[in-house]
Design a binder for this molecule. Sequence first.
Ligand code: ZN
Length: 87
Amino acid sequence: MGLSEYLFVFAFFGVPGVLGAWLARTRGKSPLVWGLLSAPFPFFIFILWFQKPTQEVPGHFRKCLTCGAVYPWKQDFCTYCAAKSEE
Ligand SMILES: [Zn+2]
């Protein structure tokens, strides 16, 4: 394969793979597994995008100590019960 073919393959599988891996990381899932799934099937990126993590992911999602809901890290109160976060 020539360089342009490698670039094409990278754009075709590498970009969705990296995107899937990064999204998986922000949602507390395995970046390796989801990266490998997303590379040939970019559809998995959409699944990940709408997924919420089941546990706290530092820097990305907090878990509410009062009701157990998961909400964005940037927010300082729970989306569901409005309880304040620890910090
Ligand atoms: Zn809550």
